[in-house]
Every structure is written in C-alpha cells, then in structure tokens.
Design a protein around this ligand. Structure first.
Ligand SMILES: Nc1ncnc2c1ncn2[C@@H]1O[C@H](COP(=O)(O)OP(=O)(O)OP(=O)(O)O)[C@@H](O)[C@H]1O
Ligand SMILES: [Mg+2]
Length: 438
C-alpha cells in the first residue's frame, strides 16, 4: 500500500474503536500507531515522529486530558483531534486550552472522520519548522547500566539546571543527541524550547543567517526580517550538532555570542541579549582540528565548560542486552502488534560484535531481526556478517603468547606439574618449557 507521509497516533481504551479507526485511517492512506492507554501512547510518542494525535478523553488510570497537556507542552506543534462520547462545555474549554483543533462525538461516520483529520493536519501548527525537533526525552530513556553510562547520568544530573556550556564528543550513533535532550528535558528549563541545529546540514553560507536571523535586505532573497535558531531557543537550549563543521566565520560569531551573551542578526548593527544554554556535539576529533588550525581553541574552551565523552558501544558491552531488548519491544509492538523475545545465545553473539555504528547500528539490526522473525529472535535472524564471526570468548581476544601460556598451564595441571611429562606431551624440551613458563 502506498502510505501518505503522515503518522497518526490513535489512543482509546476501547480496542474496537481503535481497530475501526485504524482501518478507516489506513484506507485513507495514513500510517497509524495504536495505544490502549496514555502510558503506551507516551512511549510511542517518544520514539516516533507523530504528525497527529487522535485521543479519547475518558480512559482508566490516566485520562486524555493529561495526555493532551503533556503533548501541548512537549510537542507544541502537534495537532490533536479528540474523539469522545458526550463532551461537556467545561471539557470543551479545557480542550481549547490544550490546542485541540477539532473534536468528534462518537459515533461518527468515516466521512466526518476524514474531514476532521484533514482539518487537524492543516490546522495552526508548525511553530518551528526547518531543522527543529521538539521530541521530549526522559532520563529513564537513557537505557543501560554500565559504569560509563552511569557516570554520564551523574554529569547530566549536575548540569541540568545550570546554563554552563556542554560539549558532547563521541563516535557516530553513540547517543550524543539523546544525552543533550536528557540534559534539557530533565532540568528546570525543560518547558522552554530545545532547538537542535545540525551545523553540518545547513549550507555554509546560510548557517549564520539560520543561527542568528537576518534583517530584511541583508542579502539577496532576504525579503523579511527573520529570527534565527538562537532567538527561537530563548530561555531554553540550543543544540549545535556537528559543531566541527562550523565555518571560521560562524566560529567567530559563536565565540561572540558565548562571550557577550548577545546575538546580532545578519545585516543588523544592533545586538540583543539572549539567555540560553548551549550544548554542542561532534564526532570529529576537535583536538586534531585545533592542531590543524581548523577549529578555534578559544571557542573550544568556551564550549567545553563541561565535557561528556559518549563511549562507543563496544566499550560498554553491559549495555548491549538492555538496549537490544528495548529496541525489540519497540519494533515488535510497531510491526507485529505484540511483544517478542530474544534468546540468551543471540544476545551473547550481539555482545561479541564490535558495533562500529554503535547504538544506531544495534537498533537497525534488531529492527531487521523483528521483520525477519515470526517468534523468538535467534541467530538466524541476524545479518550475515554475524554468521561468519568466530566465537571469540567474552573476555576479549587473546594473543598467541597468552593462549600458549594458558595451554601450557593446563597441561602442567594435568600432569601435576611434572615438567618432563609436560615437555613430552607438548613436544618441546624441558629448557624451552622452563623459558616459556617464565
Ligand atoms: N542510552 C540509550 N538508550 C536508549 N536509546 C539510545 C541510547 N543511546 C542512544 N540511543 C538511540 O540510538 C540512536 C542514536 O542516538 P543519537 O542520535 O543520540 O546518536 P548520535 O551520537 O547523535 O549519532 P550521530 O553522531 O550519528 O548523530 C537514537 O535512536 C537514540 O534514541
Ligand atoms: Mg546526532
């Protein structure tokens, strides 16, 4: 089926309503996610890009209003459509405050649904289009219990409520952005914006205008005065991803912003004060870039008041199993509508692999395994490269000399330390044996 690009999350405790809505929406070519409770809805929201929320109001445990409140705070640009039995005036008023665009009273026809959905999707939304992401994350979402990750959680705890700059370094896919979000969303500025800017994705000549805004007429095409990412993040956090790719000109401007705490729009003579926390991330080696004269050392110092090193996954193998299980639940629910399991032998294979693409690679691997599997995930569902892996022991790969020593010791133990016998079995003379045992 050819789906439209919109993802719709439907939340209702009545599975018959859910099923019906799903069928209707799919026949309109929307992609759907279902949740029977607010709790389930939250976990779907955190790991998927949702374009429209359709929710019931009366649900056991946590009701639809709580969900609406959460969504309007954390995903302010997400439209909400309410489906409900009788709606009281008070409830209608509450809904208005939560940014609900439309509501449908049950029972409704397919045509009424269609009209409301397209109205909601084209309603007042998208406050921060462009490169901005507004997904929220919680601390508990940093899955893993390795000493390295726990140390990172400790740093997050210390910096979440202050505005010191944070520099996160690490290989691709190690969770740098998730760490940045955890700093923001766990702190007291979490209700203010978190604006993520990929410095590597914006064309170099536009980056300055995008970051700091511009005045009308500042350059060809600047038909209006416009705010930049820095102004949009006022009071909150700006996340400068791939900072290593910032041009010398942008580096100069950033240094100024950090020193003076004010920004100047492109083409303007006036500076304005800003109150903002800057978190930067890079997977390139900034120390090398500084040596090569490509990155300003003074800017590096300004950005790295607090430094976080996101270690590669192969250096925290304890985190592999919990992460694999997390992704397994996520994709099993998404693709198969149920939970799935993974065998301990398969987890061991995953733990032995060196994961050059880190957590993102692990996620892709599990995603694929879920698609390829009908029940438990076994070694068969892993990509081919795992099949050719030698079964290296968990404690790492040993050198020949180490292995030799180990073997000699085993033989010596077997013959109760009788060196003549051992030398005979090993096919070497006693002198060589003595030299090798050391
Ligand atoms: N500790 C964690 N717990 C759960 N999910 C994680 C964790 N760390 C990373 N992830 C997930 O792994 C993926 C990659 O993380 P993220 O995008 O933060 O990495 P990155 O370091 O910014 O990568 P890149 O350098 O490629 O941009 C994301 O889907 C993220 O949600
Ligand atoms: Mg990233």
């Amino acid at each position: 089926m050819n789906f439209k690009k919109e993802n719709i999350l439907i939340v209702d405790d009545d599975i018959h309503v859910l099923e019906l809505l799903k069928r209707h929406l799919q026949s309109m070519q929307y992609y759907t996610f279902k949740a029977v409770s607010v709790k389930e809805a939250l976990s779907i929201l955190k790991s998927n890009r949702i374009d429209l929320l359709i929710t019931d109001i009366k649900m056991p445990d946590v009701d639809g209003f709580e969900l609406m409140k959460y969504v309007s705070e954390h995903y302010p640009s997400m439209p909400i459509l309410v489906i409900s039995g009788y709606v009281s005036a008070k409830e209608a008023l509450e809904m208005g405050k939560s940014g609900v665009i439309d509501y449908l009273v049950k029972p409704f026809t397919k045509d009424e649904l269609k009209t409301s959905v397209s109205k909601s999707l084209s309603g007042p939304s998208q406050q921060h289009p462009r490169e901005v992401t507004t997904t929220a994350y919680n601390f508990r979402e940093l899955v893993g219990n390795s000493p390295a990750l726990n140390q990172i959680k400790e740093i997050i705890h210390r910096v979440k409520d202050i505005k010191a700059t944070v520099l996160i370094q690490g290989e691709s896919g190690t969770g740098k952005e998730l760490i940045a979000r955890a700093v923001h969303y766990n702190g007291k500025f979490s209700r203010k914006p978190f604006i993520a800017v990929n410095c590597g994705a914006i064309p170099e000549d536009l980056l300055e205008a995008e970051l700091f805004g511009y005045e009308k007429g500042a350059f060809t095409g600047a038909n209006d005065t416009r705010e930049g990412f820095f102004q949009a993040a006022e009071g909150g956090t700006i996340f400068l991803d791939e900072i290593g790719n910032a041009s010398p000109k942008v580096q100069n401007s950033l240094l100024r912003v950090l020193q003076e705490k004010e920004v100047q729009k492109v083409g303007s003579q006036k500076s304005t004060k800003i109150d903002i926390r800057v978190i930067a991330a890079t997977n390139s080696n900034l120390a090398n870039a500084i040596k090569q004269g490509k990155f300003r050392q003074d800017l590096y110092y300004r950005l790295s008041v607090v430094e976080i090193m996101a270690p590669p996954l192969r250096e925290r193998t304890e985190d592999i199993a919990p992460l694999a299980k997390l992704f397994l639940q996520k994709y099993a629910m998404e693709y198969k509508d149920r939970s799935m399991t993974i065998g301990s032998d398969t987890l061991e294979i995953l733990e032995r692999y060196n994961w050059p693409g880190n957590i993102r690679e692990l996620e892709n691997c599990i995603q694929r395994a879920v698609i390829m599997s009908d029940g438990e995930i076994g070694p068969k569902q892993l990509p081919d490269m795992f099949k050719f892996q030698i079964n290296f022991p968990k404690d790492g790969i040993k050198s020949l000399a180490e292995k030799e020593k180990e073997y000699i010791q085993q033989v010596l133990d077997l013959v109760e330390n009788n060196k003549t016998k051992a030398a005979e079995i090993l096919g070497i003379d006693r002198k060589t044996l003595r030299a090798k045992v050391g």
